[in-house]
Design a protein around this ligand. Structure first.
Ligand SMILES: Cc1cc2nc3c(=O)[nH]c(=O)nc-3n(C[C@H](O)[C@H](O)[C@H](O)COP(=O)(O)OP(=O)(O)OC[C@H]3O[C@@H](n4cnc5c(N)ncnc54)[C@H](O)[C@@H]3O)c2cc1C
Length: 519
């Protein structure tokens, strides 16, 4: 905050500390630009901590014939796995088949998926008989099982990856601030020249001047776009919003429902959706849904039909049907689906691939859509657009293609699987640093020590209990009841580190929310 108050002019100011904004911050900082990023809540508090945790090319997009998008995502998948192997790893998936045509039909598609990945591939697609399928997916429904198609994708720890991006950007000189909201834009001579920001911890407001402002606020991008349009034309504003949010629900159950370290993928459920059961951090994630909604709550509620759908479809493919009482945590993420734009003064040539980049007449750059897997390519695209509009200097790009993220272990180091329960290994090369802090031997919960909470406060920008238990440790997502029970001890440690209110009661309420299934 002292750096903000110093009143520099920044090359680039970014709004939003999710995958998109942090990716842009890292790329720009690695190019030597002066970068500041503000996040209203905590890094990855929005959609970026609520994904299905897949680093994937998107088998679904292949079925839609979107070859370029799939190829790009498959290559980005490789870079992500290489640059943060402690947080992103290959995972085999099996598509169990119950009808004779499914294996040849889906097998051909997945062979094409391998071919598109080329040398970036993670392993060859295989056809399995029923016995081999059950050997690797022991809890798949055996009745009527014809076999399975095994293919490879990746999985990751989304919130910790976001944190690694923030910290790597900071190592390259970026100023990254969580708990700091962009409350408005600064305009000068019809152009965006900076941001008004408010420090959530003190309530203090700052004016921040920048040559270029990128709005990477996820589903919330329309707020700043509306302000920008009002500043240009005070009486009209933007009539058309860019984002049509759609929510996705996930539920977490014990590992015994799936058994083993292979994901289960159903390409077409009864109503044509995709369903995954993914082994992750010692539990199993079931999901997801795709339900339009008109509002943008910070913590959306799942709808009853979504919960019923996931439980009902899981029961068709698993030997043991998960019940509501088996659910350890339920969370909802909002997808920023982009509506087609017509006019409104924006240059819409940037409607590209799956994500959208728009540059308004006043120079506000908005980026939304896309997916976690392609955050790096999206960042390059955003910076190229900024350069095209003369907002930033042109640069060749490619600076982050092989840039190892904070915590990346040395080559040859043993890296435990992300399917395993959480522990010190998630810290990669920083394990010794964590272990040296007070409280290393004080285990608060399996996989979480007092030293980890201190590390979160000292090195990982954590202020509130929620920051620690939702996104440094992932306990809220894995077992909301256990997370709620830890609020007080974690709060005491945090307060002793920061001297700030760790908001214990607010977290206890949140933990109850993650346990509530609509009746
Ligand atoms: C259910 C679901 C499952 C998914 N699964 C996968 C998957 O398995 N693999 C994959 O690759 N992709 C997946 N995705 C897509 C991926 O999660 C998103 O594309 C990505 O997280 C979007 O990141 P973002 O930074 O654009 O948005 P967000 O993560 O929402 O970040 C935007 C940030 O902006 C902040 N903000 C808003 N307003 C302001 C303001 N005024 N000032 C400061 N900050 C502000 C918010 O607090 C938020 O943190 C999934 C998406 C959903 C919804």
């Amino acid at each position: 905050m002292a750096q903000l108050a110093a009143g520099h002019t920044w090359d680039l100011a970014i709004v939003g500390g999710g995958a998109t904004g942090l990716g842009v911050a890292l790329d720009a900082a690695a190019r030597g630009l002066r970068v500041v990023l503000v996040e209203a809540g905590d890094f990855a508090q929005g959609t970026s901590s609520r994904s299905t945790k897949l680093v994937h090319g998107g088998v679904r997009y292949l079925a839609q014939g979107n070859i370029a998008l799939v190829r790009e995502a498959l290559h980005e998948r490789r870079h992500l796995l290489d640059n943060a192997p402690h947080l992103a790893q290959p995972l085999p998936f099996i598509m169990p088949t119950y009808r004779w045509w499914e294996a040849p039909f889906y097998g051909v598609g997945l062979k094409a998926y391998d071919a598109l990945a080329g040398r970036a591939g993670l392993g060859a697609t295989e056809f399995l008989g029923p016995d081999a399928t059950l050997a690797q997916l022991p809890m798949a429904q055996p009745q009527g099982l014809k076999g399975g198609v095994k293919y490879w994708d990746g999985q990751f720890n989304d919130a910790r990856l976001a944190l690694a991006l923030a910290r790597t950007a900071a190592q390259h000189g970026a100023l990254v601030l969580n708990h700091c909201r962009a409350s408005g834009l600064l305009h000068g001579q019809g152009q965006v020249v900076g941001l008004k920001v408010t420090d959530a911890l003190t309530g203090q407001a700052h004016a921040l001047h920048a040559r270029c402002v990128v709005n990477a606020a996820g589903v919330w991008v329309d707020e700043l776009r509306q302000q920008d349009a009002r500043a240009r034309q005070p009486t009209s504003g933007v009539s058309q919003t860019l984002v049509a949010p759609s929510q996705g629900v996930h539920m977490v159950v014990d590992p015994s429902f799936l058994g083993g370290h292979t994901g289960l993928m159903v390409p077409k459920t009864a109503d044509g959706r995709v369903l995954f059961a993914v082994p992750w951090l010692g539990k199993v994630i079931l999901g997801t849904t795709d339900t339009p909604r008109g509002d943008l709550p910070q913590e959306p509620q799942p709808f009853k039909e979504e919960v019923d759908f996931i439980l009902h479809e899981s029961a068709r493919y698993l030997r043991r049907a998960p019940q509501r009482s088996d659910v350890r945590s339920v969370w909802v993420g909002l997808r920023p689906l982009v509506k087609p734009q017509n006019g409104g003064g924006d240059n819409t040539k940037g409607l590209s691939r799956e994500h959208t980049v728009l540059v308004s007449r006043s120079g506000l750059v908005t980026v939304t859509g896309g997916k976690w897997t392609t955050y790096r390519a999206m960042a390059e695209d955003v910076l190229a657009r900024c350069a095209q509009h003369g907002l930033l200097p042109a640069h060749a790009g490619g600076v982050t293609t092989h840039l190892a993220l904070v915590g990346s272990p040395a080559a040859g180091a043993h890296i435990p699987s992300i399917c395993e329960p959480p522990g010190l290994h998630a810290y990669g090369s920083e394990q010794a640093l964590v272990a040296r802090l007070p409280g290393h031997a004080h285990v608060l919960h399996p996989g979480l020590t007092e030293a980890m909470v201190r590390f979160a406060a000292r090195h990982e920008y954590a202020i509130r209990v929620e920051d620690v238990l939702a996104r440094r440790s992932r306990l809220l997502f894995l077992d909301a009841r256990a997370a709620g029970a830890l609020a007080e001890p974690v709060g005491r440690i945090l307060e002793s580190e920061t001297g700030l209110d760790p908001e214990v009661a607010a977290f206890q309420a949140l933990a109850r929310h993650y346990l509530t299934l609509p009746a």
